[in-house]
Ligand binder design. Structure first.
Ligand SMILES: *Cc1c(COP(=O)(O)O)cnc(C)c1O
Length: 393
């Protein structure tokens, strides 16, 4: 089938929740993807911040192939080898105590939310516990995660939302303080908001939230699903700040393509969930966790985080030049290899022009061009990207 036929067949059979770009991707190499017609694209989207290692890491691919030959799935009624090692690595990298593997980001959020509610329940008994989330946040599409997502447009057709969620203004500590009550059990935020438009938290905001949580015995949840795994130049974005959250969620680049997420709990709440409280059939299966293991090993061996710092600052400089040079680029925001350009002309037009010239970029919010390339890109890839972007602005 040609591209047109494939797209038509897809539209006939797949529920239309995405207005997809008219590209059928077939394969990839290095940091480039190829469509079914053989057209090559420099990938600055990486499957929405997932394919951090690019597409040609043989060690990663071989580990998965070998695991398929051993065993792919066991259920959580048994221990399995890769999950044990992967959990140790996740716990060490976050600085927290214990973790639980899930199949997606949204499920990691659900688990963190349940942990927070359970923590409050153990302390105070049954109650209408409240959670403070941020406006313009994004935490996923399941009912709990959706309730935490500060975007009325996503929620409206699916009400009522789970009760007790309040939304504060991001980077406005006063607006958070005003929402705290004796029923607040958690405050959840992204250290760099992704879908909401690539907004990094200020130092005062992150540290202020940690203090509010400490003063009131509230759990601080950092959603690192997009900004984690080295993307911002630290392994986790909260590590740019002088804070340690009580709960961390991670997914997207955690498996670099294998669907896997995790929530990680600190000292205070790592024993809150007890047998019978939570479960998953697939979560943490050997295929998913062998990927997690390899990803952490490769990150360490190849110094990925240090590389992101270096290429990220070069990337930032080049983007700043575009802000100076182009009237329709009003600002740059972001950290490391999670960058956004605020455009005053329709973002979709630039995305389309870039794609036609062989560059994949995406949007965030209504006016932000989002760039979340594989973390292994080089300065040459940045130059190649900037050259195409200039022609697309
Ligand atoms: C993508 C994302 C999620 C949801 O992850 P899924 O795997 O799509 O369920 C949650 N939080 C943030 C910050 C995200 O970027």
């Amino acid at each position: 089938m040609n591209a047109k036929e494939l797209m038509d067949l897809g539209e006939q059979n797949v529920i239309h929740t995405y207005n997809r770009f008219p590209v059928v991707i077939e394969k990839a190499e290095d940091v480039y993807v190829y469509d079914v017609e053989g057209k090559k694209y420099l990938d600055f989207a990486s499957g929405i911040a997932v394919s951090a290692l690019g597409y040609s890491n043989e060690e990663y691919k071989n580990a998965l192939k070998e695991q398929i030959d051993k065993i792919m799935h066991t259920s959580n009624l048994f221990y399995n080898v890769p999950a044990v090692y992967a959990a140790e690595k996740v716990v060490k990298a976050t600085g927290l105590k214990k973790c639980f593997f899930t199949n997606s980001g949204a499920e990691a959020i659900e688990g963190a939310l349940k942990t927070a509610k359970r923590y409050a329940y153990d302390k105070n008994g049954a109650g209408e516990y409240e959670v403070i989330a941020m406006q313009h946040s994004f935490h996923g599409r399941t009912m709990g995660a959706l309730a935490l997502t500060g975007n009325a447009h996503y929620q409206e057709p699916f009400g009522p939302m789970i009760p007790g969620i309040k939304y504060a203004e991001y980077n406005n500590l006063k607006s958070v303080k005003e929402l705290v009550t004796d029923k607040t059990c958690a405050i959840i935020l992204e250290a760099v908001q992704g879908e909401g438009g690539i907004y990094p938290a200020t130092k005062e905001f992150m540290e202020g939230i940690r203090k509010i949580c400490d003063d009131n015995d509230i759990l601080m949840i950092c959603d690192e699903i997009q900004c984690g795994m080295g993307r911002t130049g630290e392994m986790f974005a909260y590590q740019h700040y002088n804070v340690l959250p009580d709960l961390v969620t991670c997914a997207k680049a955690l498996g670099c393509g294998v669907p896997v997420g995790v929530f990680v709990a600190g000292e205070k709440c790592c024993e809150s969930l007890v047998p019978g409280d939570h479960g998953t059939t697939y979560g943490g299966n050997p295929l998913a966790t062998v990927a997690v293991n390899k990803v952490f090993e490769i990150f360490e061996k190849e110094n990925i985080v240090a590389h992101v710092k270096e290429v990220g600052s070069y990337f930032e400089e080049q983007l700043e030049k575009l802000v100076e040079e182009f009237d329709n680029v009003s600002a740059r925001r972001g950290k490391g290899l999670m960058q956004g350009l605020v455009l005053t002309t329709p973002v979709g037009d630039t995305i389309t022009k870039a794609r036609e010239q062989g560059l994949l970029v995406i949007s965030a919010g209504s006016d932000v061009l989002r760039m979340v390339p594989p973390l292994v890109i080089t300065k040459e890839h940045v130059d190649e990207m900037i050259a195409i972007l200039k022609k697309s602005l």
